[in-house]
Design a protein around this ligand. Structure first.
Ligand code: UT7
Length: 325
């Protein structure tokens, strides 16, 4: 049995925040954000809208696309670092909202690389013969953790969800190989200091702004370019493929300049990278499944095409997957 991504779905909040809106909030400019990141707009959830709402909407689309109902789902995996609650898992809330059977449902925390960690787990479950239909969702709402007075971070993130149905198929390649990695020595380059057991939420923690996302952007940038390029190279070499075999690269999208540098290093033109950062900003674990959904909708991925998905983010975590559609 091979694990195949058979359908996708996407959901974003209605409210759009344009760069020009941010100009009115912090000392920034539309030009700076476009030039330094490639971002133009992002979607921001209103109060009262939570991760499971978007995740469920995206999941319904993916189930429709696969021609199956929630009853057919054998397991629900949600990659997120901004679920509805610190616990229980958002996947359990999605199971209930979809009306799925009481199947295994859990969240996994690997920040921007969460979807690829989940894809690796889902593929292994399917190849073991344990499950036939797995719902794998990437969802994040990091705008809820942002300091809207900090121009270094508040212009960069948006909210969204991408869902996929991973199905057992005989024949075809499907998910061919995945390389995953992590390095906790640099955890504090990108993290939310308060809200866990190290610094529980308290009036003092909030007063000090420790409940907000913190990022050392310049350092992450350097590592992202080097590690993403190297991971793709390692993955292709291990699979006996070359960059020429790859139809499209579906990258995590934190900065267009990171992707241009990666494209340059691996010798693949930017025309083969699927880019939607201008519409959504950095949506963390949702970025790859959202981009996958749009790439398929735009006819960039047809049956038999080879795609590389690649990511780098908080943890630090990174990964790349080779998938034949
Ligand atoms: O998804 C998880 C992984 N995350 C990433 O991969 C993000 C990686 N990092 C980045 O994308 C970039 O480092 C940023 C977009 C965060 C920053 O871009 P940069 O080109 O590295 O800028 P910088 O941090 O070197 O700052 C350059 C200047 C600074 O001013 P001074 O000190 O030179 O006077 C910043 O204060 O740009 C300033 N700046 C801004 N100016 C206008 C920083 N943010 C802004 C802003 N508007 N929003």
């Amino acid at each position: 049995m091979r694990a195949q991504i058979v359908s996708t779905g996407l959901a974003v909040p209605e409210r759009v925040l344009h760069n020009t809106d941010l100009e009115k909030m912090v000392d920034t400019s539309d030009q700076w954000i476009r030039d330094r990141t490639g971002m133009v707009e992002r979607h921001v959830a209103d109060n009262g809208v939570a991760a499971s709402d978007l995740a469920t909407a995206a999941a319904r689309q993916a189930l429709d696309g696969a021609g199956i109902s929630a009853e057919d789902v054998d397991a629900i995996l949600v990659a997120t670092i901004s679920g509805d609650y610190p616990w229980p898992a958002t996947a359990c809330l999605v199971q209930h909202k979809l009306g799925a059977k009481p199947v295994m449902a859990y969240d996994l925390s690997a920040a921007c690389t969460g979807y690829l960690y989940g894809l690796s787990q889902a593929s292994a479950f399917i190849e073991s013969g344990k499950f036939k239909n797995i719902l794998l969702i990437g969802v994040d709402m990091l705008t809820k953790t942002l300091d809207w007075t900090d121009r270094n971070t508040c212009v960069l993130f948006g909210d969204g969800a991408g869902a996929t149905v991973i199905q057992a198929r005989e024949g075809g390649e499907g998910v061919i190989d995945t390389i995953l990695g992590a390095d906790g020595s640099s955890a504090e380059l990108l993290y939310q200091p308060a809200g866990g057991s190290r610094i529980p939420i308290s009036a003092e923690a909030v007063e000090a702004g420790k409940h907000h996302l913190f990022m050392n952007g310049r350092e992450i940038f350097k590592q992202a370019v080097r590690v993403m390029a190297q991971t793709i190279a390692d993955l292709l070499q291990r699979s006996g493929k070359t960059a020429d075999d790859v139809t499209v690269v579906i990258p995590h999208q934190a900065n267009i300049r990171i992707l241009e540098a990666v494209a340059d290093r691996i010798g693949v033109g930017m025309d083969r990278f699927f880019i939607n950062i201008h519409k959504y900003g950095n949506t963390s674990a949702a970025t790859i499944p959202m981009a996958l959904h749009e790439a398929r909708q735009e006819g960039r991925l047809k049956t038999g095409d080879l795609a590389v998905m690649v990511s780098f983010g908080g943890g630090l975590t990174w990964g790349a997957s080779l998938v034949q559609f």
